[in-house]
Design a protein around this ligand. Structure first.
Ligand SMILES: [Zn+2]
Length: 187
C-alpha cells in the first residue's frame, strides 16, 4: 500500500485529488486539511494564517471540490466531454470568493494586489477551484498519468516522459522490492 503521506508538488489541483489515495482519505478531518495546507508551504496564498479559521463546513466544501475536480480531470485527460453539472459546480466554487485587483495608495502611487473577498474557507476553496480551472484548460492536462503501481491511484504530471511512479522512493521502490522477492522466492 502507498504511504499515507500526501504527495505534494504536482500542480495544485492534482495535489488536491491525490489526497484521496487507495489506502485512505488524507482529508478526513479539518486537522488533516490544516496539515495539508502547511505542507503546501506558501503555494496557496489564500491558506488562512490562523488554522482555526477553517471549519468542518470548509472541509466539506474542499472535499466536494476534490470530487468535482477528480471527475473533470478524468474527462480532460481522456479528451471526453465533462458533465455540465460538474463544470457549473466548479464555477460556483470559484464565485464563492472572486478575486479583484485591490488598489492602495502608498504615498506616491497606487499599488495593486489581487485579493479575494469572503470567509477564510471561501477564499481557500475559490483559490483551489481557480487552480483546477487553469489546469483543466491547459493542453498539458492530457500528459497527466496515473502511478504505474497496481494498488496506487495517484496522479502526476511527468516532467520527463519516463516517469512511471507517483514517487520513486515510495511506489517505485516498493514495486522494485516486491519484484526482487518474487524472483528470489525459493521453489
Ligand atoms: Zn504510486
Amino acid at each position: 500500500m502507498p504511504d499515507l503521506v500526501p504527495l505534494i508538488g504536482e500542480p495544485l489541483a492534482i495535489d488536491l485529488v491525490n489526497t484521496r489515495t487507495a489506502a485512505g482519505d488524507l482529508l478526513a478531518t479539518a486537522d488533516d486539511l490544516r496539515a495539508w495546507l502547511r505542507r503546501q508551504d506558501g503555494r496557496i496564498p489564500e491558506a488562512p494564517e490562523r488554522a482555526a479559521a477553517l471549519t468542518d463546513a470548509d472541509l466539506a466544501a474542499v472535499r466536494r471540490l476534490r470530487a468535482v475536480t477528480a471527475r473533470l480531470l478524468h474527462h480532460a485527460r481522456h479528451g471526453t466531454a465533462p458533465d455540465p453539472a460538474d463544470l457549473e459546480a466548479l464555477h460556483v466554487f470559484q464565485r464563492a470568493a472572486p478575486a479583484i485587483t485591490e488598489l492602495a495608495w502608498n504615498g506616491t502611487a497606487l499599488v495593486a494586489a489581487r485579493r479575494r473577498t469572503g470567509s477564510a474557507g471561501d477564499r481557500l476553496v475559490a483559490a483551489l477551484a481557480e487552480a483546477a480551472a487553469g489546469l483543466l484548460a491547459d493542453p498539458a492536462v492530457t500528459r497527466i498519468r496515473e502511478c504505474a503501481a497496481d494498488d496506487c491511484v495517484l496522479l502526476f504530471l511527468p516532467a520527463h516522459p519516463r516517469r512511471r511512479w507517483c514517487s520513486p522512493t515510495g511506489c517505485g521502490n516498493r514495486v522494485r522490492v516486491a519484484r526482487h522477492y518474487r524472483r528470489h522466492r525459493p521453489g
